[in-house]
Design a protein around this ligand. Structure first.
Ligand code: SF4
Length: 371
């Protein structure tokens, strides 16, 4: 079976409308459900799934977009490092347009900085091997999904004694973010769709303790329309019957234990640390940092960038959007002062950001479903 045919099955209009009818039969009162991942947000907006659901169900958009949550301070550090002479700064393309306090990485490149767009940490390692006279810094952003490849690059660099490669790490973890959202006094979320690709790596063994502590259902969910609706149906079923369990609606990809080999690689290179999330603030124990054994590959240590004073745009409410407290429409700058060409915040830049999803698919509300 071709990949295309396989994915089309999860977009089948009859099946989609069948699950929506089942959700409508099940729901009896309002519920607020958060999809964690920006990829899920884009699928919801792209297919207009939010418009097809019964009005009792409100979907709000979570912080699962690595470009969006990379702290302003780390963007400013990236800008300082990338501006230094004899540096090649290697990054995913989206990060170049994310606003720092005073400028973005594109501006650094326009001013002569050597900034390269790469598609993996291995590309950055190759740059280091090809340019031994330069220091190559890879901007290692992401959640649990990108961590194994980033950690492998550090292990490999250490094995081959590659001295001019290091990583500016901005790794974050989903479970502490869910706990932080649920423990906030303003919390509105009653159920979660957990991010399937994160759970493919990490499993979902960390989630039952959260579901039970805060009494919220958490359903591991994929990214196609049927996956998302199935996750919503399972969440609504639990909410309506007063349950708060962890269920897996993405069992074709995810197991409870996850990928143990990938987890071992992460554990070899990273250790838990506190991490600032853009617009949200510090979440204890929510990040990964490079272990002391691999400190030589930690760009923050190699280039001693500290004492940054970073300031967010006072118009950007992305932090509130990422916690499910506001919607992009409620930002006065949305589609006016802030557009993908001139973003004020990272959620308008990223291909997984909630503001860019609304801009692309739903500038007007209600928007038309396309499935
Ligand atoms: S529209 Fe722009 S300024 Fe407003 S919250 Fe989104 S990224 Fe921030």
């Amino acid at each position: 079976m071709s990949l295309m045919k396989h994915s089309q099955e999860y977009r089948n209009s009859n099946l989609v409308h069948g699950v929506i009818a089942e959700i409508a039969r099940t729901v009896t009162r309002p519920w607020v459900i958060m999809e964690i991942c920006g990829g899920q947000t884009h699928a919801i907006m792209r297919y207009g799934l939010d418009q097809l659901l019964p009005s009792e169900i409100e979907l709000v958009h979570g912080p699962g977009c690595p470009v969006c949550v990379t702290s302003l301070e780390l963007i400013d550090k990236a800008i300082v490092i990338a501006s230094k002479p004899d540096i090649i700064f290697a990054s995913y393309g989206d990060m170049l347009r994310v606003p720092g306090t005073h400028m973005d990485l594109f501006s650094v490149r326009a001013a002569g900085g050597d900034i390269r767009v790469v598609y993996s940490p291995l590309d950055a390692m190759k740059l280091a091997q090809q340019n031994p006279e330069k220091q190559v810094v890879f901007f290692g952003i992401g959640f649990e999904t990108t961590a194994p490849a980033n950690c492998m690059s550090v292990i490999q660099a250490s094995r081959i004694k590659l001295k001019n490669y290091s990583m500016l790490v901005s790794h974050v973890r989903v479970p502490p973010a869910i706990s932080a959202i649920l423990s906030s006094a303003d919390n509105r979320i009653q159920g979660f769709l957990a991010a399937g690709h994160v759970c493919a790596v990490m499993g979902y063994w960390e989630y039952p303790a959260i579901a039970h502590q805060y009494h919220v259902p958490i359903v591991v969910t994929g990214f196609e329309p049927l996956d998302i609706l199935q996750g919503i149906l399972m969440t609504v079923n639990q909410l309506e019957t007063g349950q708060a369990e962890v269920e897996n609606a993405y069992s074709r990809v995810v197991t409870k234990d996850g990928n143990l080999a990938a987890q071992a690689i992460i554990k070899q290179v990273f250790m838990n640390c506190d991490r600032k999330w853009r617009g949200i603030g510090n979440i204890p124990n929510s990040g990964w940092c490079i272990r002391d054994e691999y400190a030589d590959y930690d760009s923050e240590k190699r280039f001693s960038v500290s004492n940054m004073i970073s300031e967010e745009s006072d118009q950007c409410i992305a932090g509130q959007i990422l916690q499910g407290l506001r919607k992009p429409f409620e930002c006065s700058a949305f589609a006016r002062k802030c557009t993908p060409e001139n973003p004020l915040g990272a959620t308008m830049v990223s291909s997984e950001g909630a503001c860019s999803a609304y801009y692309k698919y739903a500038q007007k509300e209600p928007h038309a479903p396309s499935i």
